[in-house]
Ligand binder design. Structure first.
Ligand SMILES: [Zn+2]
Ligand SMILES: [Zn+2]
Length: 381
């Protein structure tokens, strides 16, 4: 596809942040984006959050093919729909989330986060049939469809399965992170672990995912919510957002502190850090019959250890959790309703950056000085 085809194919000029090689800075380039294929939705991106996964895929912890376009917490306005799309129309406000096939047994039983094609559909760098929709200014194909969207650009090709219609009375620019990081933390508590009123919860690592878990634990009625982190500012924010106690795990033995505060261990712990030593603490601080959820992503093939008897005899569990078990078309509107009621003030995690400042935003996210960086697109794409 080249610029000469533009008038005939409905190809649009766009700007996108392209990763050309492992760990390289993002290069903001003029690109061409093709029309939506059957069941696809072309979205004019308004804003897009930066998630830890963008950082580790740029650095090739997960082998996404390059050159390509990342970005997977986009929100925007439907520009055009492909054949067969009925649930959204041009002008609708939408949040984009992860992609799933809709056909495998996990999708069919309502667990799209565990789609058997999850990896190829989200990190494969193309549509399921191997085609892409984005070219650079020389007409060379760029890998796209990252998490079914590649939303580090002014337009994104999403799919009817991963586009969620949202109300127009909430600013679109804060909604994108609901599609990944925020729903991961909140969903782990509400959907996966099913925390109930009176339960005790320990959240290891209070970045965007961990703070979302803290807020969700308060929504669920947990009465002991312990935030653990090395960063005192984040711990202070966790206390404002619903944590009942905080533990500076750089200064205190994390397991002993959780056991002391909870009177012998917590019903639920959540490891958001992706570090095996922290995961071990999250397992060791559980009460009898407690469950540890894992949402932190270390490099592929990372191993961790636990004491077998200390898991088996007290009937404890460890659970991997992807995307907070979210059924996004239901869960994202739920989170928006909680936000509108003031019960889930996740906007307090957000710092905005201009799209052109994506590398600064990435650095701040990696350093932890910004909890949830959100890039705002230029008004005219
Ligand atoms: Zn599937
Ligand atoms: Zn993510």
């Amino acid at each position: 596809m080249s610029s000469q085809d533009q008038a005939h194919t409905g190809t649009r000029r766009a700007r996108a942040a392209v990763v050309r090689s492992k760990g390289a800075a993002f290069s903001i380039e003029n690109v061409q984006i093709g029309p939506p294929a059957e069941h696809e939705v072309l979205v004019r991106v308004v804003a897009v959050g930066i998630c830890h996964t963008d950082l580790i895929v740029r650095d090739q912890y997960y082998p996404f093919p390059l050159p390509g376009v990342l970005g997977h917490e986009g929100s925007g306005v439907v520009e055009e729909v492909g054949a067969g799309v009925t649930h959204v129309s041009p002008g609708d406000h939408v949040v984009m989330t992860f992609m799933s096939c809709g056909l495998c047994r996990f999708c069919l039983r309502g667990e799209p986060a565990y789609c058997s094609d999850f990896y190829s559909l989200n990190v494969g760098g193309a549509r399921k049939d191997g085609s892409t929709g984005t070219c650079d200014s020389h007409g060379h194909a760029l890998h796209d469809h990252f998490f079914g969207q590649s939303s580090f650009g002014t337009f994104a090709l999403a799919h009817s399965r991963n586009v969620v219609k949202v109300p127009k009375n909430i600013p679109l620019e804060i909604l994108g992170p609901l599609g990944c990081g925020i729903q991961t933390g909140a969903g782990a508590i509400l959907n996966s672990l099913k925390v109930r009123s009176g339960d005790s919860v320990a959240v290891f690592g209070v970045g965007a995912v961990g703070l979302s878990a803290v807020m969700a634990a308060r929504v669920a009625g947990a009465t002991t919510i312990i935030a653990l982190d090395l960063n005192p500012e984040r711990l202070r924010l966790a206390l404002e957002l619903g944590a009942t106690q905080s533990v500076d795990s750089g200064n205190e033995d994390a397991v002993a502190a959780v056991q002391r505060i909870s009177g012998g261990g917590v019903d639920y712990s959540l490891d958001t850090s992706g570090r095996p030593t922290v995961l071990r603490q999250a397992i060791d601080c559980l009460a009898i019959r407690g469950t540890c959820g894992i949402v932190g992503a270390p490099p592929l093939q990372t191993e961790a250890s636990f004491d077998v008897n200390m898991l088996m005899i007290p009937g404890r569990s460890i659970r991997g959790i992807c995307e907070g078990d979210s059924l996004a078309s239901e869960f994202i509107p739920q989170l928006i309703a909680l936000y509108a009621q003031g019960r889930f003030p996740y906007d307090r995690l957000i710092k905005f950056y201009d799209f052109e400042d994506i590398d600064t935003a990435m650095q701040d996210a990696a350093r932890g000085t910004t909890i949830k960086a959100v890039l705002r697109m230029p008004v005219k794409p």
